[in-house]
Design a protein around this ligand. Structure first.
Ligand SMILES: Cc1cc2nc3c(=O)[nH]c(=O)nc-3n(C[C@H](O)[C@H](O)[C@H](O)COP(=O)(O)OP(=O)(O)OC[C@H]3O[C@@H](n4cnc5c(N)ncnc54)[C@H](O)[C@@H]3O)c2cc1C
Length: 422
């Protein structure tokens, strides 16, 4: 007689990045796995990610990934340490997807096609023995004796272990409407206030809106607490966050990696007025260099301010800054206070922020399941036995650059392995 305990029956809810990896890993280790997805296809968000190219991870090590998640990075140390960027790349290579590293460190499929990433994860799950059931929108989950019962809109299925990888609530058209927060809250989990992150900002001035479409390849966006800014001497002011990357002016405000990376810190403030967005629009040149160039009267000082600034800034931006801070005077006629305002307008431009484009345009959801309620090694809930939680539904959000998929793959894998243990 075979006394070996039976392989666990596992249901995974949500066939995104975390769910497909979790399901495959559990099935590879002998679990009987069903993956439920509300959409009519798997990985809808993967398909549209990275401008349909899917930036799968970043060319760094586990430490570099963890650093991109701020305070929640600590939670990721174990899972990313066990399955880091090079493991993700290997997983895709083994699944037939060649990858390439771009100059920004972002790693993409060599084909530039997100569908190859999605197909590889889907195929890997099927080949591992996972049963994928599409158009199964889970309505609620229930603990009954030592089993889980999952109620979809058309069925009720039970299992020994449940993995929740239903994502956050950003880009709801992808199926991510934050459904899992309610079930997990009902089971006793704390849901940290959810808010949009990696989201375009609404704000700026008429002149900055008129620059819509203009990209700066290099700028530094920083967010300060307004109280700190107003009450501390300049040498004591420390930004809450600072990111150097490209910047895009839009007709409503700002986008591009630098603006989006700092957006989560802005939405963390209860009141947008409590923070200040300051941008160094030309990090490559120093304040002194600009001052010197504007004070240079050689040649009779007849050069216009715009033409001087045009050496470092795109012409449209130089013209707008000059109009906002000083008339386009010859250098010889530029008063000292205007000169200083111009320099400040370039090196520490303050842009008012009225809001964001919201969850509809947020690449990730900040907030979610409180991390102290989940074991970082196994993703096992510390609240409910047999429950595992992975991916963006957790209170983790990282920079743009493949970090968020990396976190989904690492936490998904940890959950799949742990849920398969007999
Ligand atoms: C436009 C855009 C571009 C992005 N580009 C990148 C990028 O290039 N690189 C990067 O690292 N990150 C990127 N991200 C972020 C990244 O997509 C997410 O962080 C990642 O998908 C999270 O993985 P997940 O598996 O936790 O959740 P998801 O991938 O969101 O998957 C959750 C799944 O659960 C399903 N689901 C939800 N509720 C239910 C329910 N009730 N019943 C059944 N199924 C349900 C959903 O339909 C979905 O398929 C991008 C995000 C967006 C919106």
């Amino acid at each position: 007689m075979n006394n070996r305990p039976a392989a666990p029956n596992v249901i995974v809810i949500g066939a995104g990045a975390a769910g497909m990896v979790a399901a495959a890993e559990a099935a590879l280790r002998g679990a009987v796995v069903t993956l439920l997805e509300k959409n009519s296809k798997t990985g809808v968000k993967i398909l549209m990610s990275g401008g349909t190219r899917c930036n799968i991870t970043q060319d760094t090590d586990a430490r570099g990934i963890v650093a991109a998640f701020g305070r929640s990075g600590r939670f990721l140390q174990k899972s990313v340490g066990a399955f880091g960027p090079s493991d993700v790349v290997k997983m895709f290579h083994d699944a037939g997807v060649a990858t390439k590293i771009e100059s920004t460190g972002k790693i993409f499929p060599e084909s530039n096609r997100a569908i190859h990433v999605r197909d590889a994860l889907h195929r890997r799950a099927i080949q591992s023995g996972v049963t994928i059931r599409l158009q199964q929108a889970v309505q609620r989950v229930q603990r009954s004796a030592d089993r889980w019962i999952v109620h979809t809109d058309s069925d009720s299925i039970s299992c020994d272990r449940l993995i929740v990888t239903a994502g956050g609530k950003s880009w709801p058209g992808c199926g991510t409407t934050g459904d899992a927060y309610a079930w997990l809250h009902q089971l006793g989990h704390t849901i940290v206030r959810t808010r949009p992150a990696l989201v375009p900002l609404v704000g700026g001035y008429q002149w900055s809106h008129a620059l819509s479409g203009l990209t700066l390849d290099d700028c530094i966006a920083s967010v300060y607490s307004r109280a700190d800014w107003e009450n501390k001497p300049p040498s004591k002011r420390k930004p809450l966050v600072s990111r150097r990357s490209s910047w895009l002016f839009t007709h409503l405000g700002f986008s591009g990696p630098a603006a989006m990376d700092v957006s989560g810190t802005i939405t963390a403030a209860n009141d947008f007025d409590a923070v200040k967005l300051m941008v160094d629009l030309a990090p490559e040149i120093s304040t002194q260099q600009i001052e010197q160039a504007l004070a240079d009267r050689s040649g009779g000082g007849r050069r216009s301010v715009t033409s001087v600034l045009g050496e470092w800034l795109p012409n449209r931006l130089a013209e707008s800054i000059v109009q906002a801070h000083a008339a386009d005077l010859p250098l010889a006629e530029l008063p000292r206070d205007r000169l200083q305002a111009l320099v400040a307008g370039i090196k520490s431009a303050e842009f008012p922020v009225q809001g964001t484009r919201g969850f509809a345009k947020a690449e990730v959801t900040a907030g979610g399941v409180k991390l102290s309620e989940v074991d970082p090694r196994t993703m096992h809930s510390r609240i409910a036995d047999g429950l595992y939680i992975a991916g963006e539904v957790l209170d983790v959000d990282g920079w743009i650059g493949g970090y968020n998929f990396q976190a989904a793959f690492s936490t998904g894998r940890a959950a799949g392995i742990a849920a398969s243990q007999v």
